[in-house]
Design a protein around this ligand. Structure first.
Ligand code: PML
Length: 252
């Protein structure tokens, strides 16, 4: 059978409130479309005004296969320890200390115009700290990635005792794994814009996916993602094409 890309985004008063996407074998498209619509309708910020569902048939040979990043957790007690841990890990991943600090500050104050949240990620030049995304209000949206169903099932069995089997976590790991495999990306830092969710992570090919339980205070609606880009290893249009368009499955 065919494989389909199934994508959902929902908005309320023209603000993005929820989104998600899956790669689905043909026989699971209906079920997956349902679960994405269900997610939009039961969003904690209330019902959406608009839900967009996009289903595109894929060519199987166009799907790149990658491995999931291994997970670890740094047991910090508060945001101060959290930011220190994030800073340390970014430096370990090869990010210059001043650039790492600049990135953490940018996520704290909101990387969009006037401190707003962006739908996409910031691309930060690892040498200069300069922002490389063509539209700095929108950022770059990572799209077209998923777990292969069997791989997700066996991964969930392995990690269930740690409580990692929530969709927010496995989606974040899938995204971070795609980003870690991107041309010219040295590392990523992320925490959610969901006011009730304070865990974030730093990830890179060598670090894996490092969870940090406190990267903001509860109630804070500001968050986002920053990818650190080495321009000597990639040109920006190749990178953006990979992030937005290249279909990737985690099947290892
Ligand atoms: C986790 O490992 O707990 C997920 C952290 C990132 C969540 C990002 C998001 O949901 O926006």
């Amino acid at each position: 059978g065919a494989v389909f890309s199934v994508r959902m985004r929902a908005s309320q008063e023209s603000m993005h409130i929820s989104g998600g996407e899956r790669l689905a074998e043909e026989e699971r498209v209906r079920e997956i479309a349902h679960s994405l619509i269900e997610r939009a309708l039961t969003h904690e910020r209330g019902g959406p005004d608009s839900i967009h569902l996009t289903i595109d048939k894929m060519d199987r040979s166009d799907i790149q296969s990658i491995a999931a990043l291994p997970i670890s957790t740094i047991p910090v007690r508060d945001v101060h320890e959290g930011y220190a841990a994030a800073q340390r890990k970014l430096v370990e991943a090869g990010i210059p200390s001043a650039i790492a600090a600049h990135a953490i500050d940018l996520l704290k104050k909101g990387p969009g115009p006037q401190g707003t949240v962006m739908r996409g990620a910031v691309l930060m030049d690892v040498q200069t700290g300069e922002r490389l995304e063509p539209d700095i209000a929108r950022g770059v949206r990572v799209s077209r990635f998923d777990w292969k169903e069997e791989t997700l099932r066996s991964w969930m069995d392995e990690v269930s005792s740690f409580g990692f089997n929530r969709s927010r976590i496995w989606e974040a790991i899938a995204l971070a794994s795609k980003v870690a495999a991107a041309p010219g990306v040295l590392a990523e830092i992320c925490w959610s814009d969901d006011p009730s969710y304070v865990t974030g992570y730093v990830s890179s090919p060598s670090l894996g996916y490092v969870r940090i339980p406190h990267l903001k205070e509860k109630g804070d609606p500001v968050g986002g993602r920053i990818f650190f880009v080495d321009r000597q290893q990639t040109d920006i249009s190749t990178l953006i094409h990979y992030l937005e368009k290249q279909a990737v499955w985690i099947d290892q």
